[in-house]
Design a protein around this ligand. Sequence first.
Ligand SMILES: Nc1ncnc2c1ncn2[C@@H]1O[C@H](COP(=O)(O)OP(=O)(O)OP(=O)(O)O)[C@@H](O)[C@H]1O
Length: 412
Amino acid sequence: MGVEVSVEGLTKSFGSQNIWRDVTLTLPEGEVSALLGPSGTGKSVFLKTLIGLLHPEQGSVIIDGTDITQCSAKELYEIRKLFGVLFQDGALFGSMSLFDNIAFPLREHTKKKENEVRDIVMEKIDLVGLTGAEDKLPGEISGGMRKRAGLARALVLDPQIILCDEPDSGLDPVRTAYISQLLIDINAQIDATILIVTHNINIARTIPDNIGMLFRKELVMFGPREQLLTSEQPVVKQFLSGDRFGPIGMSEEKDEAVQKQEEAMQAAGISGGGTKEDFTEIIPQVQPNPGMPERKAIARHRERVHAMLPDLPENAQEAIRRSQEQEDQIREESRAHAEDMAGGGGGRHGGDNEWTSAPAGNVAVADAKTDVIDYGGSDAPTEQWQTPGGGDALTKPSHRAADGNEGRTIQG
Ligand SMILES: Nc1ncnc2c1ncn2[C@@H]1O[C@H](COP(=O)(O)OP(=O)(O)OP(=O)(O)O)[C@@H](O)[C@H]1O
């Protein structure tokens, strides 16, 4: 079962540049949460801080009773084993086949025999739809395939916490739907706590139990997804609609003069380009595929939300009630469908990966932006391994990937 991640008063700066301050939130055990926010607001930095790759100057991150901002390198190493992390581009070792990339955490961290490693790796390869590509090098496959290989590797060691940094980046909408479904199915199977960093509004609307948003160095909110989706806060509304008019600018903040100009444009009927979709019309949350167990987190989430309901805005309360009704109905239909199929000899497809099989996990933590990987070795990685360019080179040079990320295609 997943473990809770409790973040209290977290503040992170690089030199004099404050990234965010006083961030407090709890990723509830086994629930799926999403973190949104304009580019550069420090979502990836937050993710890296949760696994102790970056050190905050204030605050705590409590995982399984240990404050990872204060613990020893040895304790951190143990805590990292709970994590499976998918970074932006999959962050694979460029000189290794997909098979060897995915097998790497098993060979590094377990004493499994090669035939056991093979079984686990092939199962994960099948799970993410990469059967047949296992001998290819990362440079020989598309960006979407690399992403899926990164996810397979993130699952080989049965993680209790899964962090996904933009799982949809570089994927077409259909593959995005598959990978989102996969995350829900994995959650149903292993009840892992999941945090997804994303800009993808469809994912935010349909996948998580909870959503948070970072803006102007602060956590704007964190709560049930219906709370954010029905929020009246201008920054939230602008972010969801993708309109250029509003508090979010090309660089993070807009000055007053620009805001006035925009108000005048809006008054003159000029479009800000955003969708006019009504996000307060809540779309039912994606459910596990037929044949999957029910998500255990749903009952816990409901109990929590029920307790906080009176403190939520009226429209959020109403949206929660409506979406729970809809989801109950969908689950009921899906149960009936599964029973029908069981009667008719249905079940898992023969390896086409639409329905998933049992996943596992990975302690591999990698920085896709710099294509380097750290497997949580005894030298606790710290900011001392920063690259001259300001990225975090979080591993020893011998692990540097030469992944052909340049020129990657957008097909999955
Ligand atoms: N190791 C580092 N050293 C110095 N500055 C850093 C480091 N890592 C990140 N930053 C800075 O922190 C800020 C937040 O970066 P981060 O990548 O977390 O943003 P983000 O919200 O994930 O953006 P995007 O949505 O574009 O991926 C940026 O200004 C970035 O330059």
